[in-house]
Design a protein around this ligand. Structure first.
Ligand code: NGS
Length: 287
């Protein structure tokens, strides 16, 4: 069951609440493959033009005009060096979220140093900084830049349980590789994320931080759910296979023995170099 908010302050109290399920939703999008590969760039517009056409506010913020949104979400995207994918992701996801009549913001957290990419740490930073941007009761959605949801009924709002947003992905022949997988796209309430002390900051390089996250939820009794595979289906944008971090299994094993309070939101260190409010997203540059 999705958690509804009784409207939000920005839209005023006169407007009626939006329906629980937007009338603008449509079923699975099989034309999604037009976004993939070389062709992707042909369907892209200039960001400024795209934002103006869709009435997106600076920083990648939007809410419906015709009614008060019942859902408010922040999409946090960990990022470095994949600009082609980011452009496609943004121009795909904005209309998707708008059809769902959400109040949302898209935050891209870019790692500005040459150290191994640390997805968990970037997501922790995105969480902390987005809370400062002033929405206390929002739903958090941690989202990789290479995943496109195919079905509008996969509502980008929080359920009472944390939720792994995908049940099937094209590159896995629309199956799930393993049951405890929590990677790629995940929604969670602020209090649940704080309860598990966020992600570990220790997973430098590719792999394992999501499995550790899955275990953090499990040890607190916060089992997560998924929607039906017919609804929670995704397409993954093609890219070179990342080189997995060689010590990810060892780290995973040692983290299982450690108290999560020793590594996570509570021990997060970083430098916020700047924030830019771009037409389609809020851009955090971090080190
Ligand atoms: C596991 C990784 C996860 C990763 C998942 C799916 O093996 O971090 O594959 O990856 N765990 C470890 O390496 C310990 S995917 O096929 O989507 O690239 O999320």
């Amino acid at each position: 069951e999705l958690i509804h908010f009784q409207g939000n302050s920005e839209t005023g109290t006169e407007d009626p609440l939006c329906p629980v399920l937007s009338p603008k939703l449509s079923g699975p999008d099989f034309s999604i493959h037009k976004w993939i590969g070389e062709k992707g760039s042909e369907v892209l517009k200039k960001p400024e033009q795209f934002a103006a056409d869709l009435n997106i506010k600076s920083g990648g913020v939007w809410h419906p005009e015709e009614c008060q949104a019942q859902y408010e979400s922040v999409i946090i995207v960990p990022y470095r060096n994949r600009y082609e994918q980011l452009e496609i992701f943004l121009q795909y996801i904005h209309p998707f979220l708008q059809r769902q009549q959400l109040h949302y913001r898209i935050v891209v957290v870019e790692q500005m140093d040459d150290r191994p990419f640390n997805r968990g740490r970037l997501l922790n930073i995105g969480f902390k900084e987005a809370l400062n941007l002033g929405s206390p009761n929002i739903c958090f959605i941690f989202h990789d830049v290479d995943l496109l949801p195919q079905n509008d009924y996969n509502i980008y709002a929080c359920t009472h349980q944390p939720r792994h947003m995908y049940s099937s992905v094209d590159i896995f022949r629309y199956h799930l590789p393993y049951r405890s997988l929590a990677g790629g796209s995940f929604s969670i309430l602020v209090n649940h994320f704080e309860e598990i002390n966020g992600f570990s900051n220790s997973f430098d390089g590719w792999g394992g931080e999501d499995d550790d996250f899955s275990f953090r939820l499990h040890r607190k009794g916060l089992e997560f759910c998924r929607f039906d595979p017919q609804v929670a289906n995704y397409v993954m944008l093609p890219h070179k296979k990342e080189v997995p971090s060689p010590d990810r299994f060892g780290k995973l094993a040692s983290k299982k023995e450690e108290d999560p309070s020793k590594d996570g939101l509570s021990t997060l260190e970083y430098k916020l170099l700047k924030i830019e409010y771009k037409p389609l997203y809020t851009h955090l540059f971090v080190r």
